[in-house]
Design a protein around this ligand. Structure first.
Ligand SMILES: Cc1cc2nc3c(=O)[nH]c(=O)nc-3n(C[C@H](O)[C@H](O)[C@H](O)COP(=O)(O)OP(=O)(O)OC[C@H]3O[C@@H](n4cnc5c(N)ncnc54)[C@H](O)[C@@H]3O)c2cc1C
Length: 348
């Protein structure tokens, strides 16, 4: 079996496959794991997938509980508050390192970019991200990734944010988020921009971000004053086209190769982990044809729904003309949630 791509999805799949049953080759273009990267939110389903890999304790050790947050207006006032301790944040490099540690030594590792897919493989797995060569080769040139008009700029600065500043600040056509990440603060900003779509000039993106958010709350200004081009990443957001199936004969797509979505729901990496563990478990237990059929049945609908929901959330967060109506609605919902919580407390 050949797994193309040793990112989150590819490493997780290599880690769950039964080494007694499969001869696995993992192809990854990057010569080593990345040393820098920002925080990924891990929802309950992703934590369950990590538990299946036997890595939950390590995830908890390396992660930060994201206990509360709020949707705020640009001044920092909460429009809607959320509490709960189900969410864990983990830096991408730490997650990759963890997943890498679960890959058995029997897996053959090949470093280098795959342009032509192996011809005689028992199963080819496309775990090669949004610009998947596997998708392009087997689903055709109409199934290539699409750029959105949105730029994502993000980074980590030292020092935790104060809890009353944590959350997402939704402005008119832009959003800014900040959350604790270990000893630091993970921040991100999204807005429409003509920069990119391929290589984005980071100092220019950071300058634009500072200018765009110059009227925002003091916490946002503080973060942007500390951010440097060296600790900042900037990229255009690309999404995968809609797909009705993730399998074609003995080829299967997992992770962003199958359903790259906008990051607004924080679910792409989570779903990549769930894909990998679901596919791996079916392959370990069933003949190939049944395993692929079951994987399709289980994963296509929920991930395509999330893909759409994430885009809808992105459009709402980055609304321009609808922004006042949106904020009024959010405040109403926020009040209702607060009243309900107060009523529950009174009854208790
Ligand atoms: C700004 C932003 C914020 C995000 N925040 C979150 C979040 O909070 N929570 C969350 O769950 N998700 C989040 N995501 C989504 C998440 O990053 C992706 O869904 C996830 O990385 C997908 O993992 P993957 O392994 O499928 O693909 P990738 O991470 O893209 O990995 C693909 C791997 O394949 C390799 N590769 C590609 N092509 C080839 C080739 N031809 N030959 C060999 N190797 C190849 C690449 O080098 C890479 O290592 C965010 C995304 C963005 C852009």
């Amino acid at each position: 079996m050949d797994i193309i791509g040793g990112g989150i999805a590819g490493l997780a799949l290599a880690g769950i496959l039964d080494p007694e049953r499969f001869a696995v080759t993992l192809h990854e273009q990057r010569p080593e794991l990345p040393g820098v990267g920002t925080t990924l939110a891990m929802w309950a389903g992703a934590q369950a997938a990590i538990a299946r890999l036997g890595l939950l304790d390590q995830l908890r050790d390396a992660g930060t509980k994201l206990a509360s947050g709020a949707l705020r207006d640009p001044s920092g006032q909460a429009m809607l508050s959320m509490e709960g301790d189900a969410l864990l944040g983990i830096p991408r490099p730490a997650l990759l390192k963890l997943l890498d540690s679960a890959v058995p030594t029997t897996v053959r590792r090949v470093t280098g970019r795959v342009e032509r897919l192996p011809r005689d493989s028992w199963l080819t797995v496309g775990a090669d991200g949004v610009h998947s060569v596997v998708r392009r080769t087997h689903w055709g040139s109409r199934a290539v990734a699409r750029p959105t008009p949105v730029l994502a700029v993000r980074g980590v600065i030292p020092g935790n944010p104060s809890p009353e500043d944590v959350g997402e600040y939704w402005g008119r056509g832009n959003l800014f988020g900040l959350a604790p990440a270990g000893e630091g603060t993970n921040w991100y900003a999204s807005f429409r921009s003509g920069l990119g779509p391929d290589q984005v000039d980071v100092p220019e993106a950071l300058d634009t971000t500072r200018r765009l958010f110059s009227g925002h709350a003091a916490a946002v200004q503080h973060v942007l004053a500390q951010a440097t081009a060296e600790t900042t990443l900037a990229q255009r957001i690309w999404i995968a086209p809609p797909l009705a199936r993730y399998t074609r004969r003995n080829v299967v797509l997992i992770g962003d190769a199958a359903h790259a979505m906008t990051p607004n729901l924080g679910r792409g990496a989570c779903e990549s982990l769930i894909d990998a563990v679901t596919l791996g478990s079916f392959l370990n237990a069933l003949p190939l044809k049944d395993a692929l059929a079951n994987y399709n049945k289980k994963r296509v609908l929920p991930t395509q729904q999330l893909r759409l929901a994430s885009s809808a959330m992105g459009r709402t967060a980055l609304a321009r003309t609808m922004q006042p109506a949106r904020d009024a609605l959010l405040r109403q919902v926020g009040k209702r949630i607060a009243n309900k919580a107060a009523a529950v407390k009174t009854v208790e």
